[in-house]
Ligand binder design. Structure first.
Ligand SMILES: [Zn+2]
Length: 257
């Protein structure tokens, strides 16, 4: 749980805190935004054991892991945790005044929308205010919490493109980013499944940036999933990025099974 004596506590001013999972969005934001604290919240959900193992390998001194068992509210069927990002952003605000959550264009959850992030910023400015003089009518001395939203304007492939522009190593990114929600335990550690949401999103992000170093098995599973998604989304007219990736896959003859 949170230790009030922790030197990363919110009394330390001017700190950039990134809610970090080691997954695609937060990994690239870490590279681009240069945060002071990488805050990992262990909510106790299944896939986090593999994530934590992978994070420890990164061995970043900025990493701070805290326990906050939101898993107790998880819907077992859909794996959905209601109001998850409201809790996570509140925790981040206890470690610094500039906070960021890995949100990008593709995110459609209500607690990652622009309006939510804006209102959350205002809420945190009030709940973490230094003093309140409501009765005297002098108002509130708001805290200076800011939520960084500039990455919310980018797609996942654009995030990777920005990282490359900045001189980043695409191979290192592929190897280090660990974001599978259904990892498979092997004798050598955890293996990504290749087809869950984070897995196929990682695939199309790299594929659209010209990366062709994906392991055969992973590639086959991701392409299979993209094909299914394209079929479903075409019906709802929600294609864009995936369609672009699917056209490229067909052009390169990567789907012939
Ligand atoms: Zn996966």
């Amino acid at each position: 749980m949170i230790n009030p004596n922790d030197n990363q506590h919110w009394l330390s001013p001017d700190k950039k805190v990134l809610l970090y999972s080691g997954g695609l969005d937060s990994w690239f934001i870490k590279e681009l935004w240069n945060p002071d604290v990488l805050l990992y919240v262990n909510m106790g959900v299944d896939y986090q054991e593999a994530e934590i193992e992978s994070l420890k390998k990164e061995n970043d001194p900025r990493l701070k892991i805290i326990e906050f068992p939101l898993v107790q509210f998880e819907d077992k069927e859909s794996k959905f945790i209601p109001a998850r990002n409201l809790f996570l952003l509140t925790l981040a605000a206890l470690y610094g005044n500039r906070i960021c959550i890995g949100a990008v264009v593709e995110d459609t959850m209500p607690d990652k929308t622009d309006i939510f992030l804006h209102m959350m910023e205002k809420t945190l400015q009030i709940v973490l205010a230094q003093r309140v003089w409501e009765y005297s009518g002098e108002g509130i001395s708001l805290s200076d919490i800011q939520i960084e939203t500039k990455y919310k304007k980018l797609t996942k492939p654009k995030l990777l493109a920005k990282y490359i522009q900045k001189g980043g190593d695409i191979f290192k990114a592929w190897e280090t980013i660990s974001s599978c929600h259904e990892p498979i335990k092997t004798d050598d550690g955890w293996m990504p499944c290749g087809r869950c949401n984070p897995c196929y999103q990682k695939f199309y992000t790299f594929y659209l940036n010209g990366f062709r170093g994906v392991e055969e098995d992973y590639k086959r599973k991701s392409i299979e999933r993209i094909k299914e998604e394209v079929t479903i989304r075409r019906k709802h007219n929600r294609l864009k990025l995936l369609d672009e990736c699917w056209k490229q896959i067909q052009k390169e003859g990567d789907y012939d099974k």
